[in-house]
Write a protein that binds this ligand. Structure first.
Ligand SMILES: Cc1ncc(COP(=O)(O)O)c(C=O)c1O
Length: 363
């Protein structure tokens, strides 16, 4: 703040932060800075299009990539009949998104290898990019199977498509190198935000050098008044140093494991069947023996218990996402005060009992 915020030229701190990221994320041979996750993914898609000379792109059902027209197409599973042979209709998130954009977008269900291969057979030579969140941070933390992401990698190589792994939520949270590091899959382009600056507005678009060089005069454009803002960069520099050099991420996952184990103790004692998906640092809770492995399966699960319990938790002072599609995210500060876990679990126990009572009455 003392030296200022916005400079028209690059600063040495950009290099220091980019070096740190390149060390932590093998796919990040070159790094550029954006202000938000939306901007970073928008730039990633533009880069893929510039590099391949193609326009179409593939999204995974249940994924979320920010609020720009190309990413605002989703599978309408609410109105889709499970078991039908038809795919859910592709619909816009809301008004104001030109229907012409839809012609460039395709959707596939997560973890369905056959449909992914079929999609590439039909459209692979026209696709600039496949965008995937291997942990769906906006869809119950549904996880891609490693084989599914590996298949995506192989098909992208085979058809000359850019694999974009969107780590806006999972990045610098589930591991130093993100979910791509845990899965051992290297994308062509990758995006990060949120945890990068621990709340300060900064995001990254990074990738293979040869691809990233398409950001150039006469190639793809990228930048903006506030990109690489000094204050956000300073936050990122220190935040990434802590994540890289201390066991902060293990601590974070430890909080998640303790919370999950505590919730399971409460539910098991009452014979309530449940399961988890995602990662201990960002997990989804399901009242079913097997968690959904794609957005279509989410539709067939019963969320009455979760929805009711979330309301009671709010009343008891524990703010959990009322929409069961949002995972539970851990914060390192959750461990600063031991009562944080015990208070939360006491509220969960009470909320579970109130839920059981209410659902028994409505039967
Ligand atoms: C995976 C993913 N990509 C992109 C975005 C968009 O990021 P922002 O809200 O910073 O624009 C989000 C936001 O939650 C996200 O979860």
């Amino acid at each position: 703040m003392e030296v200022g915020g916005v400079f028209a030229l690059s600063t040495t701190r950009e290099l220091a932060v980019a070096d740190r990221i390149a060390k932590m994320v093998p796919a990040a041979e070159l790094v550029r800075f954006s202000n938000s996750g939306t901007e970073a993914v928008m730039a990633a898609l533009r880069l893929a299009r510039a590099h391949t000379g193609r326009e179409q792109y593939l999204l995974v059902e249940g994924g979320y990539h920010g609020l720009f027209d190309a990413a605002m197409w989703m599978a309408n599973v609410e109105d889709w009949k499970p078991g039908s042979n038809d795919d859910p209709e592709m619909v816009p998130y809301g008004k104001g998104i030109p229907p012409t954009v839809k012609q460039l977008a395709h959707l596939v269900p997560m973890n369905d290898m056959q449909r992914l291969e079929d999609m590439f057979k039909r459209h692979g030579d026209k696709l600039a990019a496949m965008l995937i969140e291997p942990i769906q941070g906006n869809c119950c933390a549904i996880m891609a199977r490693v084989e599914y992401v590996q298949l995506a990698r192989r098909l992208c190589d085979q058809y000359g498509v850019m694999l974009i792994i969107d780590e806006v939520k999972s990045g610098f949270r589930v591991g130093k190198g993100g979910i791509q590091g845990l899965m051992g899959v290297v994308p062509d382009i990758t995006t990060f935000a949120k945890a990068v600056g621990n709340g300060y507005p900064i995001a990254l678009v990074a990738g293979r050098e040869e691809v990233m060089r398409s950001f150039r005069y006469g190639g793809a454009s990228h930048g903006g008044t506030y990109t690489a803002h000094s204050v956000s960069l300073a936050a990122a520099e220190e935040c990434l140093r802590i994540l890289d050099e201390t066991p902060a991420l293990e601590t974070l996952a430890g909080h998640g494991k303790s919370l999950m184990a505590g919730i399971s103790r409460i539910l098991d004692a009452r014979g309530i069947v449940h399961s988890y998906t995602g990662h201990p640092s960002m997990f989804g809770l399901f009242f079913d023996a097997v968690p959904p492995d794609n957005y279509r399966a989410w539709k067939t699960s019963d969320y009455t218990f979760y929805d009711t319990m979330a309301g009671y938790l709010h009343d008891l002072g524990i703010i959990v996402e009322p929409d069961s599609r949002e995972p539970w995210f851990m914060c390192e500060a959750h461990g600063l005060d031991a009562s944080c876990l015990s208070d939360t679990l006491a509220a969960v126990e009470r909320a579970v009992d109130l839920t059981v009572e209410e659902l028994a009455e409505t039967k």
